[in-house]
Design a protein around this ligand. Structure first.
Ligand SMILES: [Zn+2]
Length: 378
């Protein structure tokens, strides 16, 4: 039998810990202030769905609210978020589901039935992946201060033309209201960052990147100055082309230039996104594309770029040149049967000279699209 009076006291405690008034908690839960007051005095119990939301907002479990279970006691120094992963994680080697193990010395390990083990290091589950050799972009930040500087640095204006990408993404995300979002090849979280600030329903965001180094800093950034109490963040240092995540468990795969940053593994990453998505759910992502293989402007840019890179880079860029038509075909063959494309900006006009004008970030001339692709089981 559930003791309503005790449940009320616990809700009251949790609310006070967050320094919310009854009205503030009520607003976050979309209920009346009177409802909160009734729970706290033991006159009634919250509905199951609302209980779930209370547990998310107050960073605890439903059990803890109903039964005073101290599983997530503050004295045990474990992020509740990490327990949620038990629902999602599979071993990248043998694909068996994994469970969290707490060692005597407080070390946390995810382990499968075949004893493959992955440590939680600085709050990030570490699948021991390394960044793409020769690139290792995270090394451009020497420490957290430099990382932080980058988080507030204005974007290169060539990537900032056209309509506001964040608004287009927000419109769709707020319509879909996903509960579990996977941000694939997230880097510093440039695309999801602006969404995180605005989310006003309980969400788990799983940030995935090869680089443990960046995720470790993301964890600090998104749990301090960029924190949103609605959003629970989980960090996996793993390969986006071999996600340690259960099939059909995610509501939205988000990528902000993430797929293309996976380079040779881009298509594998895209298929993995399809695998982990529940049926009829979406991936929303931006992508640089050329306008058309037939267009004079596209052809001129491609020639300029190819004449400025070495043989090895040429091979890579030739794969990277994809026009809208080809990309929509790739979507369909990857299991995304419904696709919408929104142009953010078009190609820059090709310059009237023989040298390619950009030294790094060579995609600045390309067109930019937001794609919304829906998984539909064939
Ligand atoms: Zn295993």
């Amino acid at each position: 039998m559930i003791d309503k009076l005790e449940v009320g006291k616990r809700i009251n405690n949790l609310r006070n810990n967050l320094n919310y008034s009854q009205a503030e908690l009520a607003e976050k839960l979309a209920v009346s202030t009177q409802a909160v007051s009734k729970w706290e005095t033991g006159a009634s119990l919250p509905d199951v769905e609302i209980l779930l939301n209370i547990s998310w907002i107050c960073n605890t479990s439903i059990n803890a609210i109903l039964e005073g279970d101290n599983f997530f006691d503050e004295n045990i120094n474990i992020d509740r978020d990490l327990f949620h992963l038990n629902k999602f994680l599979i071993c990248p080697k043998c694909k068996k589901q994994m469970k969290l193990n707490i060692q005597k010395n407080d070390t946390l390990i995810y382990e499968c039935d075949n004893n493959h083990q992955y440590y939680v290091v600085d709050g990030v589950v570490d699948f021991r992946t390394r960044e793409i050799p020769g690139e290792q972009w995270s090394l451009s930040y020497r420490n957290y201060e430099e990382y932080l500087h980058e988080q507030y640095w204005p974007c290169n204006p060539n990537y900032n033309r056209g309509i506001n990408q964040s608004e287009v993404i927000w419109e769709k995300i707020s319509e879909l209201r996903p509960r579990v979002i996977l941000d694939i090849a997230c880097g510093t979280g440039q695309g999801i960052k602006h969404q995180i600030k605005r989310i006003n329903w309980p969400v788990t965001i799983i940030m995935v990147d090869l680089s443990h180094r960046i995720l470790k800093w993301n964890k600090i950034f998104y749990s301090t100055e960029w924190k949103n109490p609605y959003v629970e963040m989980i960090y996996l240092a793993c390969d986006g082309a071999n996600l340690p995540i259960l099939s059909e468990s995610v509501d939205l795969v988000f990528s902000y230039s993430g797929y293309e940053s996976m380079q040779a593994k881009m298509f594998d990453g895209f298929r993995e996104a399809n695998r982990v998505l529940k049926n009829e759910k979406h991936t929303i992502y931006n992508k640089s594309v050329i306008e058309s293989f037939e267009s004079k402007n596209s052809k001129k840019w491609m020639n300029l770029l190819l004449s400025s890179v070495n043989e090895e880079e040429k091979v890579w860029w030739k794969c990277e040149f994809i026009d809208i038509e080809r990309w929509l075909n790739i979507c369909t063959t990857s299991g995304f049967l419904e696709n919408k494309s929104i142009q953010i900006y078009g190609e820059l006009p090709a310059p009237d000279c023989d040298t390619f004008p950009f030294e790094n970030e060579m995609a600045q001339w390309m067109a930019e699209y937001i794609f919304i692709s829906k998984k539909l089981r064939a």
